[in-house]
Ligand binder design. Sequence first.
Ligand SMILES: [Ca+2]
Ligand SMILES: [Ca+2]
Length: 182
Amino acid sequence: MKKMISAMIVATALSSAAAHATTYNEDGDAGHTALTAQSVKNGTTQIKGALSTADSVDLFKFKWNGGSFAASTTNITFDTMLFLFDQNGDTLAFNDDYSGLASYINRTLSAGEYMLAINAYSYNYGGNLAGFANAPGIRGPNGAYTINLSQVDSTDVPEPASLGLLGLAAIGLGLARRRKQA
Ligand SMILES: [Ca+2]
Ligand SMILES: [Ca+2]
């Protein structure tokens, strides 16, 4: 019974994520630090936003259950660059031009929380997230963008109905089983 309950929880979480693939629209203007990054919602496969002269970097947080992760820019009107950071702000992947001026990154990641940044060529980010602290106004012709990405697994602010499922999925089956025994 315990195993069945755990299996049902995982199956429900997975089917829920698959069925609700969605676009995350930048809320106002995403910042360029871990504190001002925007958390994309569960199941997000596409981010739509814009770079402005006021903040030339947009940063998004997401959780990942592990495995191959990919992100690419499309529908762009400027020369994009993509950065993938770990929780410490260290750069895991970077790409400027993969197809024309569009960017593409692909990296196998362990489970955890990551940050994805987009900006316009050719801002010198300084090798890690901290380099964005001095992000100046405009570094090229900014504008709207779309980022296609592997469906992210979770979010910092999930919907109430899915909070328990996501929490259990993140904690892992072991703890979930212990809770069921308690
Ligand atoms: Ca923005
Ligand atoms: Ca580019």
